[in-house]
Each structure stands twice: as structure tokens, then as C-alpha cells.
Design a protein around this ligand. Structure first.
Ligand code: NDP
Length: 248
């Protein structure tokens, strides 16, 4: 099992939600491994442009695409736009996701629809579109959550529902695309210091205490596992906890 330097030379990656947090760190990490990178965003154009500049500073090509994963057409269309801009697609990282937490009775129908549209339907549609463009050696890597496996307190029902759906999606994709030499894997981050879940936020202490390592992780620590999976040739249908021992 090795991931040699520059193992993604000549490859093209698409990272959804690549303007900030785990997605931004992943885009830069894949570029460091040699990939050209397309990334999607919704509101963070300036942040997305910063990531494009960071990738270009590494000598790779990059493009930022506005594509809302909640919109079925845009979720699928991001793949074609990335292929048009960069000439192909080898690695898809389904990272875009939203967390709407709260008691059952406080969740509106719009909350339910939006979380499922971004975290589940968008991932399915982008993956299907990518599968249609990838050849042998294609990689689909999805960002799930430690809450797909274990919900450590109240208020996470909708989010956990959305992230656990990605387990079935990943296994199904692995079986369906394996004969074509395309792999599909799932990464479950624990508490990671990002805008979504800042390490100095009101619930941070409790989250850190639930991990074996007693701390939040960094976006770069998740990105390094994504980079490994982008290069791995005999790993598919698998789940990887990058959670500091949250699941231990
Ligand atoms: P952030 O909120 O820090 O960043 C989210 C990124 O996704 C931004 O680039 C944002 O773009 C983009 N995005 C949000 N909604 C959409 C959408 N509808 N369509 C396209 N892009 C979108 O999140 P994190 O980096 O923390 O999370 C990334 C992934 O990791 C998510 O799937 C999340 O569920 C998962 N995760 C995070 C954990 C954590 O503790 N941080 C723990 C476990 C899982 P823009 O800049 O335009 O808003």
C-alpha cells in the first residue's frame, strides 16, 4: 500500500464544495499530488477563487464552478462543466454537505428537503454523471460523517439520516462500477475544525471529549485520506473513519 509523491499526475479531479473547509483542503492536496482540479461552490466565489489561485501556484490547472448541489440540474451538470474545462474526469470527491441540527419538532419540511437534496440526492446525481464520464481507474470518494454510524446525542436525526444513506450509495456504486475498474469509497470525518463546526464553537468541547485523541481534526487530516483513496487501486466499497477515535 503506497501513495507515492505525485501519484495523480495527469489526472483531473472534481471536488464539490471546494471553496472552504474540507473541500478546499482536499482540492489543494490533490493538486499537490499532481491533479488538475475543478471545484464547485454556491456563495463563496471569493473563497473559491482563492483555492483556484492556491492550486495554480502548485503548477496545476484549476477552475471554480458555481453549482448548487441542491439543484438536480446543477449537481449533474457540474461534471460536464469540469470535463469541458479540464478535458476529462478521473476523481470525484463528493464533499459538499450541510448540517441542519435541532430537535425533530423544530425541523421544517424545507429543512428536510434541503438536507436530503444536498447531502443525498446531489451526491447520487453527481456520482451518476461522473460515472458516465470516467474510464477505468476512476475514483468516487464521498465525505460522510461519524454520525452515519453513531449519533452521540439528540438533535442529529436528519443529518445522520442523510449521511447514513451514503453507506448504501457507496456500496452500490462499488458493485455497479467495479466491473469497469472504477472504485467508490466513503470517508467519515469526526469533528473537524471548519466554518461548519469550529473548534471554538459552543459544542466543541463535548465533541472533542467524544474522541479518543481528545481534539478536533484538521481539514488537511481528512484531505490526506482522500488523497490516499484517489491513488488506491484495490480498495472499493469501503468506509474510513478519520475521526480521532470517535467510533472507538
Ligand atoms: P463548510 O461548511 O466549512 O464548507 C462547506 C463547503 O461546501 C463550502 O465550500 C460550501 O460552498 C460548499 N457547499 C455548501 N452547500 C453547497 C451546495 N448546496 N452546493 C455546492 N456546494 C455547497 O463544511 P465542512 O468543510 O466542515 O464539511 C465538508 C463535508 O464534510 C460536508 O459534507 C460535511 O457534512 C462533512 N463533515 C464535516 C464535519 C466537520 O466537523 N466539519 C464532520 C463530519 C462530516 P460556499 O463557500 O459557496 O458556501
Amino acid at each position: 500500500m503506497t501513495t507515492s509523491e505525485k501519484n495523480l499526475n495527469g489526472k483531473v479531479a472534481l471536488v464539490t464544495g471546494g471553496s472552504r473547509g474540507i473541500g478546499a483542503a482536499t482540492a489543494v492536496r490533490l493538486a499537490r499530488e499532481g491533479a488538475d482540479v475543478a471545484l464547485t461552490y454556491v456563495n463563496g466565489k471569493e473563497a473559491a477563487d482563492d483555492v483556484v489561485r492556491a492550486v495554480e501556484a502548485l503548477g496545476r490547472r484549476a477552475v471554480a464552478l458555481r453549482a448548487d448541489s441542491a439543484d438536480a440540474g446543477e449537481a449533474a451538470g457540474a461534471v460536464g462543466a469540469a470535463v469541458d474545462a479540464l478535458g476529462g474526469l478521473d476523481v470525484l470527491v463528493n464533499n459538499a454537505g450541510i448540517g441542519v441540527l435541532g430537535p425533530l419538532e423544530d425541523l421544517s419540511l424545507a429543512d428536510v428537503d434541503r438536507v436530503l437534496a444536498v447531502n443525498v440526492r446531489g451526491v447520487f446525481l453527481t456520482s451518476r454523471s461522473a460515472a458516465g464520464r470516467m474510464g477505468a481507474g476512476g475514483r468516487i470518494i464521498t465525505i460522510g460523517s461519524c454520525m452515519a454510524k453513531r449519533v452521540p446525542g439528540p438533535g442529529g436525526t436528519l443529518y445522520a439520516l442523510s449521511k447514513s444513506a451514503l453507506v448504501g450509495l457507496t456500496k452500490g456504486l462499488a458493485r455497479e462500477l467495479g466491473p469497469r475498474g472504477i472504485t467508490a469509497n466513503l470517508v467519515h470525518p469526526g469533528p473537524i475544525d471548519t466554518d461548519m463546526n469550529p473548534a471554538d464553537g459552543p459544542y466543541a468541547g463535548g465533541q472533542a471529549a467524544l474522541t479518543a485523541l481528545g481534539r478536533f481534526g484538521t481539514a488537511g487530516e481528512v484531505a490526506s485520506t482522500v488523497a490516499y483513496l484517489a491513488g488506491a487501486t484495490y480498495v472499493t466499497g469501503a468506509e474510513f473513519a478519520v475521526d480521532g477515535g470517535h467510533a472507538a
